[in-house]
Design a protein around this ligand. Structure first.
Ligand code: UDP
Ligand code: MG
Length: 317
């Protein structure tokens, strides 16, 4: 978060083990940006890559030092932290994020800029004909639905990282100091005139997704718990309902046994076991949910730095 913008456009790209994609990315991205007729900078964050990505970024910085900046993390902190570190340093009036694997074609950048020029302070891309596995595509439909129901965030495609932000929005994101960052949702919450535009989506140029099933779950937990306490509230309501239901069931069992003198043999044992298991599992879900929030509170209270930057390759502004 520096002073007034000194270039028109900042392009922010997180990089994690993308050695096969970077050369093609450079070859496609820079001509698009050169063709815009605006001053720009590209900020790459090397998110602890174990391959030759950093060497390639260094070479690109040497080739285009005027417009290339490289932030080097000491370890892997995740895509959203990588973007965050770049947001802290952007010099542009408008900021664009995009993936390094060419799933977001750089040629679509002008579309986003048109929307910004039309007065939006945040433009989210949504992927036309998404090129991901069926599982990913459907899982993200489900998450989109849950997010729609539990938060006030309206978004066609939260997973698409081809997005444009006014500098005011990225500065607000940085100032928020959010620990569990889901950039598209954060940006939405600080925007006063969000817009959307359909963008092409390509298959990953090379390699496989860096997201394991586990990290996808973590990411989406960040999204839901980071932006709403609805899960807790639903849980409380559900627990109250189920407690009332169990009570009614027990009353019914007693009524049948003692007033109608039925069920003499089987009175309640199995039913009660059933109820017990059910209540137990409800309690366990609750403990887990509470744990999520407590864990997040702990992280905020602890206030440990979210990532460590080893070095930054750049020329002074
Ligand atoms: N990425 C990152 N750190 C990570 C995982 C991913 O910086 O820990 C970057 C990655 O290099 C790419 C972008 O985030 O530029 C999206 O990652 P990926 O293509 O693996 O995700 P997907 O497209 O499958 O959602
Ligand atoms: Mg990808």
């Amino acid at each position: 978060m520096s002073a007034a913008p000194s270039v028109q456009l900042s392009v922010v790209i997180p990089v994690y083990n993308e050695e096969l994609n970077l050369p093609v990315l450079f070859a496609r991205l820079y001509p698009v940006l050169d063709g815009l007729g605006r001053s720009y900078e590209v900020i790459f964050t090397n998110d602890g890559s174990g391959d030759r990505s950093f060497a390639l970024l260094q070479a690109q910085h040497a080739a285009r030092p005027d417009v290339t900046r490289v932030i080097d993390f000491n370890a892997n902190y995740g895509q959203h932290m990588a973007i965050m570190a770049a947001f802290e340093r952007v010099r542009g009036a408008t900021v664009i994020t995009l993936d390094a694997d060419l799933q977001n074609p750089p040629e679509e950048i002008p579309k986003l800029l048109e929307k910004i020029a039309a007065g939006h302070d945040y433009v989210g891309g949504y992927r036309l004909n998404r090129q991901d596995s069926l599982f990913r595509t459907y899982a993200s439909k489900v998450i989109n639905f849950v997010r729609e129901k539990t938060t006030s965030i309206q978004m066609t495609d939260q997973g698409c990282m081809l997005r444009a932000y006014s500098r005011a929005v990225t500065d607000a994101i940085v100032r928020s100091g959010a620990i569990n960052t889901f950039i598209p949702a954060l940006a939405y919450s600080f925007s006063s005139k969000p817009g959307e535009v359909g963008v092409k989506h390509e298959e990953r140029h090379a390699g496989v997704s860096n997201y394991s099933f586990y990290s996808l779950i973590r990411l989406n937990f960040d999204l839901i718990t980071g932006f709403s306490i609805a899960p807790l509230q639903y849980f409380t309501m559900f627990s109250m309902l189920s407690a009332a239901g169990s009570l009614a069931l027990v009353a019914l069992l007693f009524y049948r046994r003692f007033l109608l003198d039925l069920d003499r043999e089987t009175f309640g044992v199995f039913t009660l076991f059933g109820i017990l298991f059910f209540l137990l599992s409800v309690a366990m879900i609750g403990i887990g949910l509470i744990g999520e929030y407590v864990g997040r509170t702990y992280q905020v209270v602890r206030a440990r730095q979210r990532y460590h930057v080893k070095e930054v390759l750049e020329t002074a502004a």
